[in-house]
Ligand binder design. Sequence first.
Ligand SMILES: *[C@@H]1O[C@H](CO)[C@@H](O)[C@H](O)[C@H]1NC(C)=O
Ligand SMILES: CC(=O)N[C@H]1CO[C@H](CO)[C@@H](O)[C@@H]1O
Length: 264
Amino acid sequence: MRTLTISTLVMGTVSVVLQPQQTCTQKLMKTMVGNMVIPPVPMIPSNIPTGCSDFEVLIARGGGEPDGSNNGKFGMYFGDSLMANITAMISGARGYPVQFPASTEFDKDGVIGRDDIINSIRKQSAACPNQKYALAGISNDAIVIHIAAAAMPAELAPKVLAIVQYGNPAMACPEDFGKIPDLLMARWQENCSKGDNTCDKTRNCHDRHMDYMKPLWMERGAKFIVEAFEGTPMGAEFGKALLLEPPEIAIQNCGTGHGMGMDM
Ligand SMILES: *[C@@H]1O[C@H](CO)[C@@H](O)[C@H](O)[C@H]1NC(C)=O
Ligand SMILES: CC(=O)N[C@H]1CO[C@H](CO)[C@@H](O)[C@@H]1O
């Protein structure tokens, strides 16, 4: 009886304390995944590239996104295709799978991923002074890239030539995130399919979140990264991405399901 009273009290306290502190992103994530628990994706240390390369794309996989069957290392829906599109256009580029759990614990995962990105670029920079980098994030784990860019040490930022984001919750909840250094903001591309509620807060059309796997979006991001690596960077792209609404992904086709198991 005594225990019961205490636990009720504790629960009461927790709900009073936690509710008002929910961030915009936490509320958004709740809408996206509900009560579903995404377990951590196992990281495979042998997928970490060794030695030097001219260019490296650090990819933060989407929540719960496993590696593709065809020797994939970066996420079967998104990262593997993005990397394949990049290497088809430029030689000397390789990918780095950001080492973080990609689970539903996105707050904790974000910090783990952010630190992994910065530590990895720092270490790689010391060993391979000429290596250049790009960052790419998808869905809730675009947050990993976002906060890594916000925390990028000034001596490393110039080596990050391009940042490409897809379905980034930081667009819907900018108040939760730190300022991106101007240098990196000028090298930034946001991809938000009109209606995708992870990034476009004017709509509620979660199926649009699956658009990024389509060639239109994938090639857009890959090209942005490749041009930057080749020394002919395109201008930063923000609002334009949000307006992109080609006929084949017309908003009327909006569904309510989460689609393809990539619930993020
Ligand atoms: C580029 O990405 C698309 C998916 O959007 C994929 O179908 C295509 O195979 C990729 N291209 C290459 C060269 O891998
Ligand atoms: C980093 C970032 O969030 N950049 C932009 C994303 O897109 C919106 C609108 O399209 C811009 O207002 C942000 O500056």
